[in-house]
Design a protein around this ligand. Structure first.
Ligand SMILES: C[S@@+](CC[C@H](N)C(=O)[O-])C[C@H]1O[C@@H](n2cnc3c(N)ncnc32)[C@H](O)[C@@H]1O
Ligand code: SF4
Length: 417
């Protein structure tokens, strides 16, 4: 598995040099030069820690959460004030953990960000099903949140049990959503759980849309090496049949596929923390992607607060990309939306996509992974499955390794992927 990803990386980046991260970091982050910049804020608290979950999270306590938010606001001013002009950005996304647990301080965080940034495409935030009630939704709406996503995982009790989750009151979720509407209501599901069938997934999607969601994300279950989940991954053939069947079901219903694993009721509804050309992240474990570098903050909440208290960025590791590495990063995450536009690539890098990757595109088209129309390459059903399949390798070879290390050490000296 590692061998395949390494070989692909060497071929596509045209170098044997691995992705190399160092612990030296910039005081002034180069987001001023980035167009289409998205903001990300990480809130790592959860009432219960799920054993399958790889994200940076800690058990919620009101005191720790308050201390953390104080540091977060300090970090926003520390990073933001190094640039004199307010920067126009696309969207702001609160991820976790469970950011809804800090609901009463979201407005303060938005205000701190608004001192340095002009947010033009709305604010998204993640909730656990237990957080969905009228009072909570109203607090979030009043704070400026326009898009929410709820981590349902499955409406079926059987799979909730497998994932160690409690039974939820779907009716109450539906009533709260009807009382406090949002521009986007997304629901997260996990698929490829043991024994999960097409009918299970189809009924989950139907239920989500009937309860008031207008967007669903169906994530394939990933068995990270450092999590303690007893759940085993589904075999490739079964998984492909399931992904293809559920994709066909959604397309037949007239839903739009906005990324490999997400579907929306109407074409203009979107919700994603991933598909941005550049992003700037705040909080522990938050990553930032600029024109020529990628950086990741420490995963350790205490070390994060300590760094910020000392007036220093919480950066743990940084990689300075070669041009080809950055191109691959761009292509990989743009392809996640199932479409790659050659004009957008050229606008970003100043060179035609065909000149840099014409041969690879030709092969991908020949293998039936892509179709081209007016300079836009769109993944076919087959292409989407193989993207998903490769992404699984990528996650296990790169993200699993990076997060595994970051969970052990607050500030590692060096990392190669
Ligand atoms: C930060 S959580 C969402 C909000 C909230 N904490 C919750 O769990 O309800 C993000 C989502 O990642 C997905 N996820 C977590 N662990 C996963 C895994 N091992 N494989 C695939 N998806 C996973 C779940 O669908 C989850 O809803
Ligand atoms: S799945 Fe959500 S609630 Fe569970 S530990 Fe992860 S972030 Fe927390």
């Amino acid at each position: 598995m590692g061998f395949i990803t390494s070989l692909t990386r060497m071929w596509l980046t045209r170098t044997v040099r691995p992705f190399t991260f160092e612990n030296t970091y910039d005081q002034v982050l180069p987001f001023g030069e980035c167009e289409n910049l998205g903001l990300y804020v990480h809130i790592p608290f959860c009432k219960q820690l799920c054993n399958f979950c790889p994200y940076c999270k800690v058990k919620y306590s009101p005191a720790l959460c308050d201390k953390y938010i104080d540091s977060l606001i300090q970090e926003i001013h520390l990073i933001g004030s190094r640039h004199t002009q307010r920067k126009t950005v696309t969207s702001l996304y609160f991820g976790g953990g469970t950011p809804a647990l800090a609901a009463n301080r979201i407005k303060e965080i938005v205000d701190a960000l608004s001192a340095h940034f002009i947010i033009t495409e709305g604010i998204g935030l993640e909730l656990h099903p237990d957080n969905v009630n009228v009072e909570m939704l109203q607090i979030l709406k009043d704070a400026g949140v326009t898009k929410i996503s709820i981590g349902i995982q499955s409406f079926r009790e059987k799979y909730q049990k497998i994932l160690g989750r409690k039974k939820m009151d779907a009716g109450a979720i539906g009533r709260a959503l009807a009382a406090v509407p949002f521009e986007t209501v997304s629901m997260d599901f996990i698929f490829a759980l043991p024994g999960q069938t097409y009918d299970d997934l189809r009924s989950d999607i139907d239920e989500a849309f009937s309860l008031g969601a207008n967007h669903v994300a169906i994530y394939p279950f990933i068995d990270f090496t450092f999590t303690e989940s007893p759940v085993t991954a589904m075999p490739k053939k079964e998984k492909r049949e399931l992904l293809d069947a559920i994709t066909r079901y959604c397309l037949d219903k007239g839903y739009s596929r906005n990324s490999i694993w997400t579907f929306s009721k109407e074409a203009d509804v979107n919700y994603s923390s991933m598909t941005r050309e550049n992003f700037l992240g705040f909080g522990c474990s938050a990553t930032s992607l600029f024109k020529k570098q990628f950086k990741i903050n420490t995963f350790d909440v205490a070390a994060y607060c300590e760094r910020i208290r000392a007036g220093q960025p919480a950066t743990s590791l940084t990689i300075h990309f070669t041009q080809r590495q950055r191109m691959i990063y761009w292509l990989f995450w743009t392809a996640y939306s199932t479409k790659v536009n050659a004009g957008a690539f050229e606008a970003f890098f100043g060179v035609p996509l065909k000149k840099m990757y014409g041969f690879e595109l030709w092969i991908a088209k020949g293998l039936g992974f892509l179709e081209e129309q007016d300079g836009t390459y769109e993944l076919t059903l087959k292409g989407a499955f193989y993207y998903h399949y490769y992404e699984h390798f990528y996650t296990l070879s790169y993200i699993d390794k990076m997060w595994g290390l970051m969970r052990k050490e607050a500030f590692p000296r060096h990392m190669e992927l």
